[in-house]
Design a protein around this ligand. Sequence first.
Ligand code: CTP
Length: 427
Amino acid sequence: METDMNGNGTGTHDDGDASGSLRGKVVVLGVTGGIAAYKSAELVRRLVKLKAEVHVIMTKAAQEFVSPLTFRTLSSNPVVTDMFGEPGAWNVMHVSLAQRADIVVVAPATANCIGKIASGIADDMLTTTIMATQAPVLLAPSMNTRMFLNPIVQGNLRKLASLGYIIMEPAEGELACGDVGRGRMPEPGEIVEKICRILSDGSPVMEDKRDLEGISVLVTAGPTQEALDPVRYLTNRSSGKMGYALAEAARDRGARVCLISGPTSLPAPVGVDFIRVRSAQEMFEAVIARFEDADVVIKAAAVADYRPVRVAGQKIKKGDGRMVLELEPTPDILGELGRRKGAKLLVGFAAETRDVVESAKDKLIRKNLDMIVANDVSRYDAGFNVDTNAVTIIGRDGSIEEVPLSSKREVAEKVLDAVARLMRARS
Ligand code: CTP
């Protein structure tokens, strides 16, 4: 959505804030010193339009980018610019704002601000408010790609995610510095939608649904690629979306998450330990290496069952007649985990095109699983390469739960509900 600074929508769809009213909700918006600070003006406008009471706290650096007057005008509230200024209507302002907030949003969140929050530094009004609040805190990181990918920043985000902070994925695109990559602040409309979700229900909220706290979850996602020669490979239609949604949902529910992913076009989720692999063999080795540390393994990956017996060192030349490829089985990763299972909870996926439930039940027994999530991949709206899925969750105890067509995130939450129930029953 493009919007000019007069607040007039110029895009083809409306503000995209169909998510509902925020009447009665107090949103504390922290603006830190990044170029995306100008987009936060639009964010305030949208929040106010949804009837939220918005209080803006600007860091010193943010004021170099945008004037507090902009936010004061848009929010119709005084803007907090330093800790020791005139307190106005507030007594101890950071405590009041921290207590009154239904949500604290930091957009843009710079690497510096993220670092301070992660380290427990509270040296200005924003970081002090965040430290004092019990409301959910949503961070919208915005910075140069290389800064974003810096292991220190990634480590800080992982730590914050594990503590219940909700972190939005930065978008890809051209950055203010001229680089292209991940690091752009999500669009105001997306941030508003996220706020609405958090403040309504079914969303990751700090004090809510932290039922996987302290649990280590290993998720696999995506297809595998089995090389034929240096430029060709065998693969499948998996996009990885289901596995990534599971990893993000488990993270938001407090789990320590390791995501092992085949080749996908999806960005690595923030706050999870991310390992990229290519072939079934590489996935096998990565999973086995991390199996010990996991309490729960969810194998959403669509692993190739066969690979070429020979991988040509040079590009294969076209011949005159037919060509026969000789294939050999790949290791059955889940089958192997089933053999080593111990007390771990194993969840498989079964992509089927017919006899969905029966075939899945058979796999559950064959691979010694606790649960299997069956989906009919012949449907156009479920399974591979789409944003929605419809599944049947089958338990070892014979339980069957149908999850109707929903977003992959919602399906992920249902699968994790079942995982959390099983974990509780065991403890
Ligand atoms: N799986 C695995 N390793 C393989 C093949 C599959 O770990 N080499 C896992 C998948 O990640 C999934 C489950 O096993 O969780 C079922 O995968 P699926 O392809 O449906 O089953 P297969 O065992 O390959 O059986 P079939 O091809 O006969 O349906």
